[in-house]
Design a protein. Structure first.
Length: 419
């Protein structure tokens, strides 16, 4: 059906029939109004491209006026004249991958290559932060302005916002690698929130009180601290290792004769940890479970009859800190309630640098992948307390054996005296 005068009045009057039909306008050729049995009306364009007849929906009647639809039809025909195919382009856009598609592929193909400690927070950020905001969006439609607004919306959790931003950048980098996205990366150049590195270390008296608390809790008759947890905490004090490196340590990787731990899978890959004499002695006297491959093993087998290593130490560590912070007769007040397990690693490094050891040497002991990770301790190289730091080493050794030092010296106090 061809209308001589294609007007709003004519489009309004077009009635629905049992079958879909098109009211052709004639100007331009192929432009018309499609009327469906439901009464829905939309502007369409019929044209030929690459030897095939194509139908292209310009938009719904009402959302577009007749004049607006006519202009779109003429623009589409101009594109066809140049070799374009508007219907194919629209189909490609409709089938283009979304952020959800990208996250699904990332989870299936890339996530298994990551360590579980990395994969778990990645998955949480994808579910809670990225998919909830960008999930249905086409990759090409995500703009830098969108990312800036999203990142700002997480300002109440600035560190998590930065982690989510880095992950989004990674996702779009993978999309480019998979040729799903041509760039530029919309997360590139978005300013991150300022992060302040935690500088909490451990003083000599704190080390003594923590070690004493471990021993006291192990000797309790009711609800004693597991000897394997006590072992884990002492090893963290004496080695500077990361928590997971100690919790997942297997006896086959312990060589007390050579005085080393040969870790097969740490944060920075394989590494050898050189042990002090105190750490070697501790491992030689460590409790064991017959048949268990783990140094820090659970006290009971699992439902399948297998031994597993300890996973959660937070409740036990909280007990240690509470006991160490409790006022003791004849001893100075100590408050270590804010101490994290990772601070023990900082304490290990601080003692080493304070004793005059070079940053590369301390970095090697800690297994840092680059010297920049150790540079945070560089201010201690000029510390005048090398003698006092030697005292701390003796205090740690005494505390590990349950013998209080004759004179507990706090690093800050010693620093003031030496200065």
């Amino acid at each position: 059906m061809v209308a001589e005068s294609f007007t709003k009045r004519l489009c309004d009057a077009a009635e629905a029939h049992e079958k879909t039909y098109v009211l052709w306008a004639g100007d331009p050729a192929g432009f018309g109004l499609r009327v469906q049995p439901s009464g829905r009306k939309s502007f369409v364009l019929k044209y030929r491209a690459n030897g095939r007849q194509r139908f292209f929906t310009l938009g719904a009647y009402g959302a577009l006026t007749v004049d607006q639809a006519r202009k779109l039809a003429r623009a589409a025909l101009a594109d066809v004249a140049k070799g374009g195919d508007p219907a194919a382009t629209k189909s490609d856009a409709r089938q283009a991958p979304t952020v959800r598609d990208l996250c699904d592929r990332f989870t299936v193909e890339h996530m298994p290559k990551l360590k579980p400690k990395t994969a778990r927070p990645y998955q949480r950020l994808i579910d809670d932060r990225i998919l909830k905001h960008f999930g249905p969006m086409k990759l090409d439609n995500v703009t830098r302005a969108d990312v800036v607004k999203w990142h700002y919306g997480m300002r109440d959790t600035p560190i998590e916002a930065n982690r989510a931003l880095l992950l989004l950048h990674k996702l779009f980098a993978m999309a480019e690698l998979w040729e799903w996205y041509a760039g530029p990366n919309p997360a590139q150049g978005v300013p991150k929130n300022t992060e302040t590195a935690r500088e909490r270390s451990v003083t000599g008296v704190e080390l003594y009180r923590i070690a004493k608390a471990i021993g006291d809790l192990e000797r309790l008759k009711k609800y004693p601290l597991s000897p394997y947890l006590g072992l884990a905490f002492r090893l963290l004090l004496l080695t500077g290792c990361r928590k997971d490196e100690i919790l997942t340590l297997r006896w086959e990787h312990v060589d007390t004769d050579a005085g080393v731990l040969r870790l097969q899978d740490s944060k920075t890959g394989r590494k050898t940890v050189v042990l002090s004499a105190a750490a070697v002695d501790l491992l030689k006297r460590a409790p064991t479970q017959t048949g268990s491959p783990w140094v820090v093993t659970r006290q009971h087998r699992d439902a399948a009859g297998e031994w597993q290593h300890v996973v959660s130490v937070a409740p036990a560590w909280a007990r240690v800190l509470a006991d160490a912070s409790t006022k003791k007769d004849g001893e100075p007040d100590v408050n270590v309630s804010d101490l994290h397990l990772h601070d023990l690693r900082h304490g290990f490094a601080s003692v080493g640098v304070s004793r005059g050891m070079s940053l590369p040497l301390v970095g090697a002991l800690l297994g840092h992948a680059d010297q920049a990770s150790t540079a945070r301790y560089s201010h201690l190289q000029s510390d005048p307390l090398k003698v006092a730091a030697d005292r701390i080493g003796g205090e740690i050794w005494a505390a590990m054996n349950g013998t209080p030092p004759a004179d507990v010296v706090d690093l800050d106090e010693a620093r003031n005296r030496a200065g």
